[in-house]
Design a protein around this ligand. Structure first.
Ligand SMILES: *[C@@H]1O[C@H](CO)[C@@H](O)[C@H](O)[C@H]1NC(C)=O
Ligand SMILES: *[C@@H]1O[C@H](CO)[C@@H](O)[C@H](O)[C@H]1NC(C)=O
Ligand SMILES: *[C@@H]1O[C@H](CO)[C@@H](O)[C@H](O)[C@H]1NC(C)=O
Ligand SMILES: *[C@@H]1O[C@H](CO)[C@@H](O)[C@H](O)[C@H]1NC(C)=O
Length: 355
């Protein structure tokens, strides 16, 4: 079994910068020298636009940074407030995002909008830039649970900073369940092809998907699979659905405990997925667990690597996960190659619009 199997390589190092990041597009606009002729004309035109057009079109995004009042408002916005604002039918769909991943967030949101579930989406912002950006475009749909992780250390996959911030996820999910709300968690390197909710049937406590690439028969069991070579299962912590039951809360409490019991170390470079699997292993007898069908929720290790299987299961795919690959550029290219990079042509379908 390959050693990368247990990893969820969503987050790549910052050394692999985001080509679409707002920071870069800003710097390319600063080239015009202010006091040259063109510079002055540009400045005058800008003032004209600001004075004449903007009062009727609303505040442009670049100037909202100078509006501390609205920003302070989002700083005070709590998870409970956000959940009560966003939840529909007692359900929220959450993700956790830092600024470099905004293009992936948009892509994921476009696919959710096509299934008409975007109203339930709550973005847990991992930094203030993300909090402000999302709420500016889509008020109320992002929340930051302080403290914000240090952005320099938080994004490197396998690093302690990365571990620290993924460790917070089960706490956020537990908080949401304590509010009596159903919660679906997704990584944002996913794309919905169909509505997953019809698959979340029954009254099970926790629903999840297998990250193992081995092909299962179509009518496979919905039980927790047997442990793999490392003594544990390879359930993905990338897509989880939970009802606000004691069983689901127990799994989350166990997950938090497991993260504390096996803290990050240089040699293991773990993420939150092994701890989630140990939590499932240790609570299996007391909790109603439900493994979702592989044909509908395949790991990227299967979907992107076995064309025969993809043909055989055509029409059955519901959520595609772009994992079993590391690096920002490679993920984008793969989505592109498979017609799943929707941001370039369909940004208007995202509630965030064009970022
Ligand atoms: C609300 O949830 C129930 C089942 O949980 C479902 O049957 C119904 O269609 C949902 N309604 C909306 C508006 O999403
Ligand atoms: C991660 O969390 C541990 C324990 O809370 C802390 O000691 C450490 O400084 C954090 N490291 C990073 C890089 O955030
Ligand atoms: C939990 O893990 C242990 C050690 O790998 C294994 O023997 C046991 O069968 C697992 N339990 C379940 C319910 O998967
Ligand atoms: C690919 O899928 C086919 C059809 O389901 C299956 O028979 C085969 O074993 C798979 N190949 C690998 C390498 O898993």
């Amino acid at each position: 079994m390959p050693t990368f199997l247990h990893q969820r390589p969503l987050h790549s190092p910052l050394s692999d910068p985001d080509p679409l990041s707002p920071r870069q597009s800003f710097s390319s606009q600063r080239q015009i020298p202010l006091f040259s002729r063109t510079g002055l004309i540009a400045l005058l035109s800008l003032l004209l636009i600001l004075g004449v057009i903007l009062p009727w079109t609303g505040t442009p995004s670049i100037f909202s940074a100078t509006k501390p009042a609205s920003l302070t408002k989002w700083q005070q916005y709590t998870l409970s407030q956000a959940v009560s604002f966003v939840a529909k039918n007692k359900t929220v769909i959450v993700c956790a995002v830092s600024q470099p991943y905004l293009p992936f967030l948009s892509n994921w949101l476009i696919s959710i909008s096509r299934q008409k579930h975007q109203d339930k989406v709550l973005v847990i912002a991992e930094d203030y830039a993300t909090l402000y950006k999302v709420n500016e475009k889509w008020p109320g749909h992002a929340v930051l649970v302080p403290p914000a992780p240090d952005s320099q250390t938080a994004h490197k996959f396998g690093s302690q900073g990365f571990f620290n911030f993924t460790s917070r996820r089960p706490r956020h999910l537990l908080h949401i369940l304590e509010l009596g709300i159903n919660v679906m968690y997704n990584d944002v390197d996913m794309v919905w092809l169909q509505d997953p909710f019809p698959y979340l049937k029954g009254n099970h406590d926790v629903y999840f998907t297998d990250d193992m690439a081995a092909v299962k028969p179509l009518g496979h069991s919905h039980d927790l699979p047997p442990p793999g070579k490392k003594g544990r299962t390879y359930i993905c912590s990338c897509m989880i659905f939970m009802h606000p039951t004691d069983g689901a809360k127990l799994v989350l409490k166990k997950w938090i405990e497991e993260l504390q019991a096996q803290p990050w170390s240089k040699t293991k470079k773990s993420n939150d997925q092994p701890a989630f699997n140990w939590a499932l292993n240790k609570t299996a007898g007391q909790v109603d667990l439900y493994l979702l069908p592989q044909a509908a929720f395949p790991t990227g290790g299967l979907y992107f690597k076995n064309q025969t299987w993809v043909q055989e299961t055509k029409g059955k795919h519901v959520i595609i996960h772009n994992n079993y690959i590391t690096g920002f550029e490679k993920k984008i290219k793969r989505f592109h190659d498979y017609g799943l990079w929707l941001v370039d042509g369909h940004a208007s379908e995202s509630p965030l619009g064009k970022l």
